[in-house]
Design a protein around this ligand. Structure first.
Ligand code: ATP
Length: 592
């Protein structure tokens, strides 16, 4: 039998007064068993303050406080000014609406009581109202609901439309209650959670549980277009412990600093979902294109990290730059300013088959198989590490390239994809310390890299070094490709021309091989995000080895050119000793 809205509100009132998990579950079990299985989905959505799962990308309720107060005023005859005063005093819009209904002078005679179904359907209409005249339409629907509402119904209606229901009922509590209400088997809770991990839609899961029980839940399958809950990593800060935990060896992958993305494909249809399972397809038309072009599968679900790329140099940019893609308009313009690459790291589903229970290496091999080689959509950088030294070296390379660290993944036979779980099959290893750059440094050009794309014919980036007066040698620090104006770029060939050399100059110490060597002569001022240790650069290598016992030099992460310093000779550049001291002085413990 359809449930009356007042009945549902009575449950909310009981829930609101409880805080213990056991008591709250009891109330929910009672509510779910009383609910008509046909409308239990709506009851569940309303209880968590939503109308549908986020991933559908449908609009949210979006009623502003002001509009709601106007509706309450129209439905009750209490002035908006008075309601505003009450709101100030009570601090809860639900209570204001409840009180206003009580204050109503004339009670309408022929109001039919509200059903859950009617309320839900009207709220859906409000959510879908957009564009011209939508405010009026929303107002009319709200007034209609409030006119029929009893005081307690007004309290919860107001809170729901404004997004402040806050009953303290989380998704796990709902799953507990559903299992208790409908699944009379010992592992019922596990079964329902597994189903929820595959289809993170509590309303749907509730309906299947109520109508088909364990059988129905066990039949739930992953489907392209509907995201699954992502696997998450544990964290450790000791590489030795990480390797021990993973059984002595692990697949180390760069931990890219971007946005996690679940990519779904069915034929020509492509959907992208964020870490929180929101539909983010519209923000990345370029990624959708790459998937259509380079993924050789009709149906699949794969996962990767979308990373912002410097359009000039092709290097990775920090996560913050991606945030500029979070907009509705001009996405094609922003796409050119902030191009992206995707680094794929997992395969969840392929041509009708679920891959969740297959081991890591098998999933990765399959992923590689369906990927047409190209430069935009590639596999995450991975190396199998068997000892601390290998792990540390790979870690430093990752940091310097702009990554956050590593994700170390189990290689064992049981290394399944644990949807919805934070487990020990993946362990993230991020730095404990960060060394911010407070000041600029002056570095000497020792090499140049050929430009591509818009920079063809000039140079894409310059290799720069600090001066080591003890050895009288220039030791490499970083590759600088950002920060140049167009004119500065155009002038580079003329500026460098007199200093170009065939071979590495004898007073240069560099492991990195640029396309062209340059005699140390030109000094530039550089700033970056932070100083880091790097196995590919040589600056202050001796000091790092002696004091920090690490086989690495000091480098700059995300360096930017500021200006040329013609007033300085190469030997006036920042020394390796200074660079090392800056690194030590600025080490900051990162918050855990
Ligand atoms: P964090 O804030 O550290 O990214 P999180 O809670 O979002 O943490 P975790 O599962 O703890 O997620 O850490 C793994 C995260 O790292 C993933 O969510 C993903 O976005 C990101 N990531 C980057 N590169 C990889 C990779 N190669 N493999 C797995 N995850 C990766």
């Amino acid at each position: 039998m359809p449930m009356m809205f007042e009945t549902l509100c009575d449950y909310y009132d009981r829930l609101e007064k409880l805080s213990g998990k056991i008591e709250m579950t009891k109330v929910l079990v009672d509510l779910f068993t009383k609910a008509d299985p046909e409308e239990i989905d709506k009851i569940v959505y309303l209880t968590i303050g939503e109308l549908w799962p986020d991933y559908l990308g449908r609009p949210e309720l979006g009623v502003a406080e002001r509009l709601l107060l106007r509706a309450v005023s129209k439905a009750t005859g209490v002035s908006v000014e008075r309601l505003e005063k009450m709101l100030k005093a009570l601090g809860d819009i639900g209570k204001v609406a409840e009180r206003a209904i009580r204050m109503k002078k004339t009670q309408a005679l022929l109001v039919t009581p509200l059903t859950v179904k009617e309320v839900y359907e009207k709220l859906v209409k409000i959510a879908h109202a957009t564009g011209e005249g939508s405010q009026d339409l929303k107002l009319r629907i709200l007034v209609g609901l409030l006119v029929s509402a009893k005081p307690i119904e007004a309290r919860y209606l107001a809170r729901i439309v404004i997004g402040q229901l806050r009953l303290g009922v989380g998704e796990m509590l709902i799953l507990d209650a559903l299992a208790e209400a409908f699944l009379r088997v010992k592992n019922g809770r596990e079964i329902i959670e597994r189903a929820y991990n595959k289809v993170p839609d509590l309303g749907y899961i509730a309906k299947v549980a109520a109508q088909q029980g364990v059988e129905g839940l066990s039949r739930i399958k992953i489907e392209p277009g509907r995201p699954i809950r992502p696997m998450l990593a544990e964290r450790l800060s000791d590489p030795g412990e990480i390797l021990r935990k993973l059984g002595g060896e692990a697949a180390a992958e760069w931990k890219y600093d971007g946005e996690r993305c679940q990519i779904h494909k069915r034929g020509n249809d492509v959907w992208l979902f964020s870490r929180r399972l929101e539909n983010i397809t519209a923000q990345y038309p370029d990624v959708v294109d790459y998937v259509r072009k380079y993924i050789k599968a009709n149906e699949c679900i794969i996962e990767g990290e979308i990373v912002a790329i410097d359009p000039e140099t092709g290097e990775m940019r920090p996560f913050q730059e991606l945030m500029r893609r979070k907009r509705k308009y001009d996405i094609h313009k922003i796409m050119e300013e902030i191009p992206v690459k995707v680094f794929l790291f997992d395969l969840i589903y392929l041509e009708g088959e679920e891959y969740l229970d297959k081991p890591y290496l098998e999933r990765r091999r399959k992923l590689e198989e369906i990927l047409e080689p190209n430069e935009y959509l590639t596999l995450s950088h991975m190396k199998i590490v068997k000892n601390i030294e290998e792990l540390e070296k790979f870690f430093l390379e990752a940091i310097e390239a702009g990554c956050e660290g590593l994700v170390l993944k189990s290689l064992r036979g049981d290394s399944i994809y644990q949807a919805g779980a934070r487990g020990w099959l993946w362990i993230k290893y991020k730095r404990d310390y960060k060394s911010e750059m407070a000041d600029t440094v002056d570095l000497v050009v020792i090499g140049a890299f050929a430009g591509k794309g818009r920079r063809a014919g000039s140079y894409g980036a310059l290799l720069v070094a600090a001066y080591n007066p003890e050895r009288d040698i220039f030791e490499s620090v970083c590759k600088v490709g950002s920060g140049f104006t167009d004119t500065e770029l155009d002038n580079l060939p003329t500026l460098l021309q007199p200093y170009m050399r065939e071979r590495k100059p004898p007073n240069v110490d560099s492991v990195m091989e640029p396309d062209y060597w340059v005699e140390p002569s030109l000094v530039m001022e550089v700033i970056g995000a932070e100083l880091t240790l790097s196995p590919v650069h040589t600056a202050a290598k001796d000091l790092v080895k002696k004091n920090l016992k690490k086989d690495a030099g000091i480098a700059i992460r995300f360096p930017r050119f500021i200006r040329w310093r013609p007033d300085k000779s190469p030997k006036d550049a920042t020394t390796t000793q200074e660079l090392f001291e800056m690194y030590l002085a600025q080490l900051k413990k990162l918050e855990k």
